[in-house]
Design a protein around this ligand. Structure first.
Ligand SMILES: C[S@@+](CC[C@H](N)C(=O)[O-])C[C@H]1O[C@@H](n2cnc3c(N)ncnc32)[C@H](O)[C@@H]1O
Length: 378
C-alpha cells in the first residue's frame, strides 16, 4: 500500500454536530468534506486519519470506508467483502473483530452479517496468501459493517474507544456530559477564547476542561491511543512526527478566565482530579458554591452550564426552581450571556424568559435544547 494513498473517510457525528465537524475537517485541510445525517465524509491519507483522531473535538470516531454498495442478499454481501483488498491492510496475524448494525434493510441479522463478513475476509486472505490457518493472535483489527436501507458500508475503525474518551475522565460522577457534546456546547455558545467563561453547576468539570483545551490549542487526542496505531500499515515514523508537531502547537499558558463552581463537594474533587489528569492542574479554579450565592466581578463573560434536567437528577420542581435561579444569576450579571442545555420542555417558562437562540441537540438518547440568552444590558 502506498503511503500517500487517498482513502474515503467517515467521521461519525451525534445528531446536530455534523456542521461543526465538517468545519473542523476543513480547518484540518481535509478534502471533499461533505456532511450527511449522522456522519461527515471526506478524503485523505492514512496519516490524515491519524491527524483527525488526534484533533477532532466533536466527532466520536473516524473510519476508513473500504467499500460501499447496495446488497440485497447474503451472497451480495459475501461478494462485496471478497472484493476488498484485505491483504493490503492486514499481516494476516490480527484478531479480526467484526461488528454489524442493520436498519431498514433486507439483511437484518447483525449476527449473520458478522459471520458472512468474517468468512469472506478469511477466504480472500487464503486466496492471496496461500495460507489456510489464521491464528488471530495479533492486535485487534476492528471491521464494522453498517447496513442502512440496503446500502452496505464496509468500515475499518481507526479510533477504537470512542473519541469522546479523551482519557482525563476516569470516574464519571452523576449525569456527566460526553466530552464531544461539552466541546460542542462551548463552540455553540457566544464564548470565544480570551473572554471570561463560568460554569455555575460545573459537576466534574467537563465543559470547562473542553473550553480550556480549546483555548490552549491542545488537541483532545494527545493523551490517548487509537486502534489504527496497531495496524500493520500504520505509518509509525510520520505519525510520531505529526504527534510531536501537534504537541508543539499547545499553548497552555494562554488558558485564563475559565472558572466554575458546584454545590456538591464530591463533584468538585472529581473536577480537580480530571483537570490534573488533563495536564491542566491549576488552569481552572473550581470551588464549592451554590449558584444562588454566586457574584462575579468581571464586567462581561459567558455562563455556560448543564444543569440537572429533573429526569436523572433531583425532581422536576427543584430543577425548575434552579432554572429560575439561573435567570436571577443573569439578572445579577446583566452584561453576561447565559447558555444552558436541558431536556425539560418547561425550561424557558421556569427561567422566566424566551431564549434568544435555541438549538436541538441530543445528550445520549435525551432530546434537549441548548438555550442562549444574550446580555440583558450592553
Ligand atoms: C448534570 S450535572 C452537571 C454535570 C457536568 N456538566 C459534568 O460533566 O460533570 C448538574 C450539576 O448541577 C449541580 N447543582 C445542582 N444544584 C446546584 C446549585 N444550586 N448550585 C450549584 N450547582 C448545583 C449538581 O451538583 C450537578 O453536579
Amino acid at each position: 500500500m502506498q503511503r500517500n494513498q487517498i482513502f474515503s473517510l467517515v467521521a461519525v457525528s451525534a445528531f446536530g454536530l455534523e456542521g461543526p465537524i465538517a468545519a473542523e475537517l476543513k480547518r484540518l485541510g481535509m478534502h471533499d468534506v461533505k456532511a450527511e445525517n449522522g456522519l461527515v465524509r471526506f478524503h485523505g491519507t492514512i496519516l490524515d486519519a491519524y491527524r483527525c483522531n488526534l484533533s477532532l473535538r466533536f466527532s466520536d470516531r473516524v473510519y476508513l470506508l473500504l467499500q460501499e454498495k447496495t446488497c440485497l442478499s447474503f451472497e451480495d454481501l459475501f461478494q462485496l467483502i471478497l472484493a476488498v483488498p484485505w491483504e493490503e491492510y492486514t499481516s494476516g496475524m490480527e484478531a479480526f473483530h467484526i461488528s454489524a448494525q442493520c436498519a431498514r434493510s433486507k439483511l437484518m441479522s447483525p449476527r449473520d452479517c458478522q459471520s458472512i463478513t468474517k468468512k469472506a475476509l478469511l477466504e480472500r486472505l487464503k486466496r492471496f496468501s496461500g495460507r489456510s490457518v489464521f491464528p488471530e493472535t495479533g492486535p485487534e483489527f476492528p471491521v464494522h459493517i453498517n447496513i442502512h436501507s440496503d446500502r452496505v458500508r464496509v468500515l475499518l475503525d481507526t479510533s477504537g474507544t470512542s473519541l469522546s474518551r479523551r482519557g482525563y475522565r476516569t470516574w464519571n460522577g452523576e449525569a456527566p456530559l460526553r466530552e464531544t457534546l461539552a466541546a460542542a456546547l462551548v463552540e455553540f455558545s457566544p464564548w470565544r477564547p480570551g473572554m471570561p467563561l463560568y460554569d455555575p453547576c460545573c459537576g466534574t468539570g467537563t465543559i470547562l476542561i473542553e473550553a480550556a483545551l480549546r483555548q490552549g490549542h491542545i488537541a483532545p487526542g494527545l493523551r490517548r491511543n487509537f486502534s489504527m496505531e496497531r495496524f500493520a500499515f500504520f505509518p509509525f515514523k510520520e505519525a510520531a512526527i505529526l504527534k510531536s508537531d501537534t504537541e508543539k502547537e499547545c499553548v497552555p499558558e494562554r488558558i485564563s478566565e475559565i472558572n466554575g463552581s458546584d454545590i456538591d463537594t464530591g463533584a468538585i474533587d472529581l473536577a480537580c482530579r480530571h483537570l490534573s489528569q488533563a495536564g491542566l492542574a491549576d488552569k481552572i479554579n473550581f470551588r464549592c458554591l451554590p449558584l444562588q450565592e454566586l457574584h462575579l466581578e468581571a464586567e462581561r463573560g459567558v455562563f455556560l452550564c448543564n444543569p440537572p434536567y429533573g429526569e436523572r437528577l433531583g425532581d422536576n420542581l427543584s430543577c425548575r426552581k434552579l432554572y429560575h435561579d439561573l435567570h436571577l444569576l443573569q439578572c445579577r450579571h446583566p452584561t453576561w450571556s447565559l447558555c444552558a442545555i436541558s431536556s425539560d420542555p418547561g425550561f424557558e417558562k421556569a427561567y422566566g424568559r424566551r431564549a434568544d437562540r435555541k438549538r436541538r441537540l441530543y445528550n445520549g438518547r435525551l432530546e434537549c435544547q441548548f438555550y442562549t440568552y444574550f446580555p440583558l444590558k450592553k
